[in-house]
Design a protein around this ligand. Structure first.
Ligand code: TPP
Ligand code: SF4
Length: 347
């Protein structure tokens, strides 16, 4: 984490308190959103940015109330369209640090189309997806990340929908930074938030968030002491994939097929898959790892940075193109353009 921090940041002398607002926080007591808000407020002073150069843009949902509670510029926009508003802002004010706060309903249902296009275009924005696998604000309908057979108010006999895997979706949309963290692990979440911010390009961070009112315990096995070590796999670039209560298990690749192997029974760390954040094929395997549960293997859920790649941002290329064109043709005249060459007077 140390390499991420900017030494000059302290000169601004901002503290997490400077990023709090005087608004009453209207989330339910115990909601995972509180932890995420706290971790964001903790890392913001470390960015070395002035508050007025930071913008939080949200859609609609419980999570999307975030801008009210963060003392920067912000906009609580419309359902599924934080991505569109953020794209416009980044295109015209590329120097700003633009953050998108969205829910699984907001980003993956009504906003699904805008979400994938933002990723492929690679605007330099930070996308925080609060994934509670339910619609919270509208009181507990199933969402596009709810599991099959889920019983909710809108699926009383169980959902027949197959859910999106947000990490796989982001990789498929050619995102240049894809990571996952969880509300109940503040240290990991802060580290992931800093890496999300540090990446130049569309950075996608999925954050598992407990909705204790409508989907309580959805991520319990990844956070409870008794189960988490057997079910969490923390990804570290260049390191073998090890997990388990006694760090006694690992993930090995047999060709393209992952296997769980025991490190106390014939295999060593040298046999394991090494995490490579720059390898799209390995990242794709990891994105589906947990779903590959079978009678033979119970795979853990990966947390951390799955994938990172450098690619020009949309605003860089767009502004370069505009400058080249203006250099060649001079500044345009909008009125002339609108009138066009072919016009008639109707008498
Ligand atoms: C155009 C439009 N359609 C539907 C709604 C109703 N609506 C508000 S929030 C929401 C879903 C919220 O779920 P999610 O994005 O998962 O956020 P959460 O509340 O769980 O944080 C819906 C369907 C709306 N506000 N606007
Ligand atoms: S409904 Fe769920 S997501 Fe919304 S504030 Fe309450 S606990 Fe949080």
């Amino acid at each position: 984490m140390a390499d991420i921090l900017i030494p000059d940041a302290l000169e601004l002398k901002l503290s997490p308190k400077d990023f709090q607002t005087d608004q009453d926080v209207r989330w339910c007591p115990g909601c995972g959103d509180y932890s995420i808000l706290k971790q964001v407020h903790t890392i913001l002073p470390q960015l070395g940015l002035k508050k007025e150069n930071i913008v939080f843009i949200s859609g609609i949902g419980c999570s999307s109330r975030f801008p009210y509670y963060t003392n920067t510029f912000g906009m609580h926009s419309i359902h599924g369209r934080a991505t569109a508003v953020a794209s416009g802002l980044k295109a015209t004010r590329p120097e700003l640090s633009v953050w998108i706060v969205t829910g699984d309903g907001d980003a993956m249902s009504i906003g699904g189309n805008h979400f994938i296009h933002l990723l492929r275009r690679n605007f330099d924005v930070n996308i925080l997806l609060f994934n509670n696998q339910i619609y919270g604000l509208t009181k507990g309908q199933y969402s596009p990340t709810s599991e099959e057979n889920k019983i909710t108010k809108s699926t009383p006999y169980g959902s027949v929908d197959h859910p999106f895997n947000p990490i796989a979706l982001a990789l498929g949309a050619d995102a240049t930074f894809v990571a996952r963290s969880i509300d109940r692990d503040p240290a990991h979440l802060q580290q992931m938030l800093l890496r999300t911010w540090k990446h130049k390009g569309a950075s996608f961070l999925e954050i598992y968030q407990n909705c204790n009112i409508y989907n309580d315990g959805a991520f319990e096995i990844f956070t409870e002491k008794a189960t988490k070590k057997e079910n969490d796999l923390f990804l570290v670039h260049g390191q073998p994939l090890v997990f388990g209560n006694l760090e006694d298990k690992g993930i090995r690749l047999d060709g393209f097929t992952p296997q769980v192997v025991s490190l106390t029974n014939g295999y060593s760390k040298d046999d394991l898959m090494i995490h490579d954040e720059n390898d799209i094929n390995k990242s794709m395997i990891l994105s589906r790892l947990y779903e590959m549960k079978s009678e033979e293997y119970i795979f853990p859920k990966p947390f951390g940075v799955f994938f990172i790649r450098d690619r020009s941002t949309y605003e860089e290329v767009m502004n370069e193109q505009i400058n080249t064109s203006v250099g060649k043709l001079g500044k345009g005249d909008l009125d002339k353009l609108l009138i066009g060459k072919e016009n008639w007077i109707v008498e």
